[in-house]
Ligand binder design. Sequence first.
Ligand SMILES: O=P(O)(O)OC[C@H]1O[C@@H](O)[C@H](O)[C@@H](O)[C@@H]1O
Ligand SMILES: [Mg+2]
Length: 221
Amino acid sequence: MGKQIKAFIFDLDGVITDTAEYHYLAWKQLAEDMGISFDRDFNEQLKGVRRMDSLKHILTLNPKLSFSKEELEALATRKNEHYITLIKDMTPNDILPGIRKLIEEIKKHELQLALGSASKNARIVLERLQLLNSFDYIVDAAKVEHGKPHPETFLTGAEGLGVSPLNCVGVEDAKAGVDAIKAAGMFAVGIGSKEHLAKADYIVETTRELQFVNIMAEVTK
Ligand SMILES: O=P(O)(O)OC[C@H]1O[C@@H](O)[C@H](O)[C@@H](O)[C@@H]1O
Ligand SMILES: [Mg+2]
């Protein structure tokens, strides 16, 4: 018998809006300034990963480079400045196809909705998209100690909503995120390729295919 679903917990970047692309471009700009190049395949390992952890991962590409703690902070700040420039003109038109409809269906069925994001910019982005009020609870980088793939982000979301993780569906575009959802004991919807999101319980290629009825059918299988 399938589970009873009471809540959805959405990742932000790459799920609600295409800020995953802006994170990629901002990291690429910073990395190129340091003579490091990386491609979209390597970028899959950065998706869902916190700012400083992402920077440290990029720096493994050139082990000859070494930075003090202060220098690392300055580099992470510079990346964020590139990112802030890229998101400055975002509007509700930047909500990815299918997301608004899915949120409407979640509300119509009287389920709860939380955000589970690794980003310190999560509230700014939701504000630009005029979606802040659509969420019953928001988990961002400030609320948790451990980044994804640790389950804390999703467990904190469930706790904030007052529901058991077993009654939650998590929605993610990142491998680290899907791993976090599964470690939290939730049903995982992955957006992207099977190759990157192998652990997801149900995978769609793009947000356009995120249909409430199809997700519920998969959950109750
Ligand atoms: O630098 P920020 O806005 O705090 O974001 C941290 C991380 O947030 C995640 O949502 C993104 O997938 C990562 O790419 C990003 O590094
Ligand atoms: Mg994401």
